[in-house]
Each structure stands twice: as C-alpha cells, then as structure tokens.
Write a protein that binds this ligand. Structure first.
Ligand SMILES: CC(C)(COP(=O)(O)OP(=O)(O)OC[C@H]1O[C@@H](n2cnc3c(N)ncnc32)[C@H](O)[C@@H]1OP(=O)(O)O)[C@@H](O)C(=O)NCCC(=O)NCCS
Length: 333
C-alpha cells in the first residue's frame, strides 16, 4: 500500500531479513530515544509476529520514502476482547523526524484500523514529542503510568530482608510456591482466575479496556507463547493453607540474550486476601527466587498506573525509583 509519498510493506513472520531490518530500526530508535533501556532481544522481537499472544494478532510494516527506510508501523489487534480497538506503534527513524512522516503513518494506521472494523486506537507514548504527536490528533490522555527501576545492590539486600521479615510476620496461614517457566497443571485454573482480574482490579483510569478472561487453556497457551519467545519466567504464588487455594501470584521474566535485566509482569492478590502484606511477600520472595537462577540480572523494571496506590506502596518501599512517565492515549475514529 502507498500513501502520497510513503510505501508500507508488511513484514511477514517467515521473512527473516525483513524482521531483522525491523529489529535494527527498533533498536536504533530505542538507542536514540531511551538509551538506558535494556536491549530489545531478538527472540522476543521476532516472536511478536511469529508467536502472538493467544487471542491477538500483530502486524508490522516497514515504511519507505524514495527507497529510504524512514520508520515502522505496528498494529496490535485483540481478537477475543477489545475487538473494537487497535493498539498502534508509530516509530520514525531519528533523522527523518518532523517532516510529516509520523502524521502520514498514523493516517495509514487509522485507514487500516477502520478497514479491520476498529473504531478506537490506543497509543503508548513517552516524552514531549510522543505526547504532542498524540495530542495533535485529538487523542485523549486516558492512563498515566510510570516506569520504575530497582537496581540490585548489596545494600538493597539488607533492606529487603527487613521488609520480608515484616511481611512474613503478617502472613500467617499462607505458604509460598515457586516455579520456573510454564504454570504447573495443578495451578492453571487458580492462576487463570487471578490473571482474569488483572484487567479489572489494576486501575485503567479512563482507558476503555474490556476484561481479558483467562481459563486454564488460555493460560496454557499464554505460557506456550512465552516459552516460544524464549522468555525465562520466574513465578511465586501464595497458597491459603485453610482452603488450599492459590490466592496470589507475581512473575518476573528475563529475555533471551538480555541477561542483565528482568521485567515485572503481573502481581495480584485475590480481594479476600488483601491486607496481609502478601503483595510485599510475593514480590520480595520472587526477586530472591529470580536471583538464585539469574545472577547476571542487575535491574528490574516495572510499570504502574500512577493511580495504583497499593502496588506503588510495595514498589516504592522496595526501592523502585521512577525512570520515566508513560501515557496511553485513546483516539476515537
Ligand atoms: C512521535 C513521532 C512518531 C513523530 O514523528 P514525526 O515524523 O517527527 O512527526 P510529524 O512530523 O508527522 O509531526 C506530527 C505532529 O506531531 C507533533 N510533534 C512531532 N514531533 C514533535 C516534537 N519534537 N515536539 C513537539 N511536537 C512534535 C506536532 O504536533 C506535529 O505537527 P506539526 O508539525 O504540525 O507541529 C516520532 O518523534 C517518534 O518516532 N518518536 C518515538 C516513538 C513514539 O513516541 N511514537 C508515538 C507513539 S506510538
């Protein structure tokens, strides 16, 4: 497809060379805009097209002008819930910025999204250019979140020991469970029920987002994608001894080839079990678990809605410090 001056070429999952070109451009943009970020990781990158999350499809386009690669456009298409929404990535190579290319790419994304029956776009932005760009299209800033980072130092160890001891003292009647990789069969339905709460219980502010409902099969499929993308996952869960139920989980992952950095995925405690310091217990215990297996990790990144007071209380106490502000912008088509 072609706009007035730009050519959009869809990247196919089996086109190794095109995926590589896209990877190099993504890394170049990241090195320019966010030089303190961990490397992107090839398997994770290629997996976006080759192994989409269950119930979703991703599309990526290389964008050329007069034969030069000037940017890439990504579309995320939820297929189970949120079927009226497309998530959009617009990235312009640094040397081609402020020439109207981003604007033309977003127009193309809007055209594509409409043709796929979507009436809402969600853009994740950081920094002045991204915010101004989304605002210029009459977008609505729907959710503000902050990226925070924990540097793993020996001083931190002592501080976390104290917090862990305090959490353990408040969590009588619960037992910790740990696993690497996929969720063990016996915990699939319990973990799926908790995962289904991630899109209702974590604040979304003004972002319109349907609940993503997980059952054991979808959980198994999610884990299979994670493994296919060579993401190494470390999960800690908490079992309520009286009922035998899994009532909380948290997960950290390390991307293949990016051994120094871990990313925080979901942390959730079932409502009836909140207020027992289980969030703190889970997160510190899981960090320790990760460190046993991943001695090269020096930092952990997490993203939280600014309105998520309970999670922030835990993270700030642990020593996570702000790296940058992000926002989700919503565009109604
Ligand atoms: C945001 C980004 C896509 C803009 O691309 P671009 O090709 O430079 O954008 P355009 O030239 O089409 O500008 C479109 C509008 O965005 C806004 N804008 C873009 N860059 C800006 C900047 N540095 N400062 C202020 N406003 C800016 C302006 O409103 C501009 O309209 P104007 O030129 O009429 O004032 C680009 O900076 C980029 O790739 N950033 C990294 C990824 C990102 O943040 N993507 C957006 C979210 S998906």
């Amino acid at each position: 497809m072609t706009t007035a001056t730009l050519t959009f070429t869809r990247v196919q999952p089996d086109d190794e060379a095109a995926i590589r070109t896209w990877f190099d451009l993504r890394q170049e943009v990241q090195d320019h805009d966010l030089p303190d970020e961990p490397a992107i990781g090839w398997a994770l990158h290629a997996g976006m097209l080759r192994h989409p999350w269950p119930g979703s499809e991703n599309q990526a386009y290389l964008v050329h002008r007069d034969g030069a690669l000037v940017g890439w456009l990504g579309l995320g298409l939820p297929l189970t819930e949120n079927t009226g929404t497309a998530t959009v990535d617009v990235q312009v190579a640094p040397v081609y910025r402020q020439q109207g290319i981003g604007r033309a790419m977003l127009s193309e994304a809007i055209r594509q999204a409409r043709s796929l029956g979507r009436d809402r776009l969600v853009l994740e932005v950081t920094g002045a250019a991204g915010e101004a760009f989304a605002a210029a299209y009459g977008g609505r800033r729907a959710l503000a979140d902050t990226q925070r980072r924990l540097h793993l130092t020996t001083e931190l160890d002592a501080q976390l020991d104290d917090l862990l001891a305090d959490a353990v003292a408040h969590a009588d009647g619960y037992t910790l469970l740990h696993w690497t990789g996929a969720t063990p069969d016996e915990h699939l339905s319990g973990v799926a029920a908790l995962e289904s709460r991630m899109t209702t219980d974590a604040p979304m502010d003004d972002l319109q987002w349907d609940q993503e409902v997980f059952d054991a099969d979808r959980m198994r499929a999610r884990d299979a994608v994670m493994l296919a993308r060579l993401n190494r996952a470390y999960t800690t869960a908490v079992r309520h001894d009286a009922s035998g139920e899994v009532v909380g989980t948290t997960m950290l992952t390390v991307a293949d080839g990016v051994d120094d950095a871990a990313g925080q995925w979901q942390t959730i405690v079932a409502p009836a079990h909140r207020g027992h310091r289980l969030g703190m217990l889970l997160k510190i215990a899981n960090l320790r678990f990760l460190q046993q297996h991943e001695p090269a990790v020096t930092r952990v990144d997490t993203w939280n809605a600014d309105s998520n007071a309970p999670m922030l209380r835990v993270n700030v106490a642990m020593g996570f410090r702000p790296v940058r502000q992000w926002a989700e912008w919503e565009l109604t088509l």
